[in-house]
Design a protein around this ligand. Structure first.
Ligand SMILES: [Zn+2]
Length: 305
């Protein structure tokens, strides 16, 4: 039998070399990390408050290219207490930005056997396009349930009414695209939004908590069940943030506060020894946090597959 005759129920997605999903269990909570693809980002965006030579040396030490980096984009699906929760939605497709290597969420959910109509809740860590864009893809809303609940910090919704980009450092075109995406999102899903102030338990053991920093309403999701824990850190920490937690990422709207949030979270996770998953760490990004002098280390967990 030739490979071509094997039925591919999920269409092209199953032709991919790697399945781009990784399942783990946190007590009774089922967790699936899904890759939305990668996003090429100019290297200076990753650390815009440091000497270019220092940044170049760090990139070289990390075996990363000097000019353009492939920024991983992870999304998480959680099942708890009969609810299916999508945490962030990936990049989607903005016709004005040429970013064809991300925005794979729909195909990859399909390939994982997750029906969009089974999603009861969406939790947004924040409203940057690489976290809400998947909800803006043509035909997406029609496939989602009409009673879908979307949880996002009230401070985040408020921020995007008149967003301040004065402290951010983004590639050209991004501020406009981000504002456009946030506006479209609110107009499309306004009636389904369930804003929370500081903290909200979305399902048993699934708590979203506002941190601020990256954006004023940036939030992390804490999972806890039967003594197991896991934190989805969203954009509170990037790859460079372990070694150099004080380096400012260009997408941070309040970089000093973002650095404080990062250090506090990494310190806490190092103390509690609970694992972490984050949006822009290399897939599947499940790691423990260790303290290394004045910095941190991301210690990958062993894949169980
Ligand atoms: Zn992001």
């Amino acid at each position: 039998m030739s490979l071509d005759t094997i039925p591919h129920p999920a269409g092209r997605a199953s032709d991919e070399l790697v399945p781009s999903r990784y399942a783990l269990q946190v007590g009774q909570i089922e967790v699936l990390v899904i890759s939305d693809g990668v996003l090429p980002i100019p290297a200076p965006i990753m650390a815009h408050n440091v000497d270019p030579a220092v940044r170049a040396a760090w990139l070289d030490d990390m075996f990363l290219p000097p000019e353009m980096l492939d920024w991983p984009l992870n999304v998480v699906v959680v099942r708890s207490g009969g609810q299916t929760i999508l945490i962030d939605a990936g990049l989607g497709m903005d016709p004005d930005l040429e970013l064809p290597r991300a925005g794979r969420l729909v195909q990859r959910l399909q390939a994982a056997g997750i029906d969009l109509a089974s999603v009861t809740d969406v939790v947004l860590t924040h409203m940057h396009m690489d976290h809400i864009g998947g909800l803006l893809v043509d035909g997406m809303k029609e496939q989602l349930r009409p009673d879908l609940r979307i949880h996002v910090a009230a401070a985040e919704l408020k921020f995007w009414e008149a967003p301040d980009f004065s402290r951010a450092f983004m590639p050209p075109g991004f501020p406009d695209a981000l504002q456009r995406a946030a506006k479209r999102f609110v107009s499309l899903y306004g009636s389904q939004l369930r804003p929370f102030e500081e903290e909200y338990e979305v399902a048993p053991g699934v708590v979203v908590r506002r941190t601020g920093g990256h954006t004023p309403g940036h939030s992390v999701v804490r999972l806890a069940s039967g003594g197991d824990r896991l934190t989805f850190a969203g954009d509170a920490v990037f790859q460079v943030g372990f070694d150099r937690p004080d380096w400012h990422n260009g997408f941070e709207h309040d970089p000093e506060e973002a650095a404080r949030v990062r250090v506090d979270l990494l310190r806490e996770l190092a103390a509690t020894r609970e694992p972490l998953v984050a949006t822009h760490l290399p897939f599947p990004s499940v790691c423990h946090v260790a303290v290394a002098g004045g910095a941190f280390r991301c210690v990958p967990t062993v894949w169980d597959y």
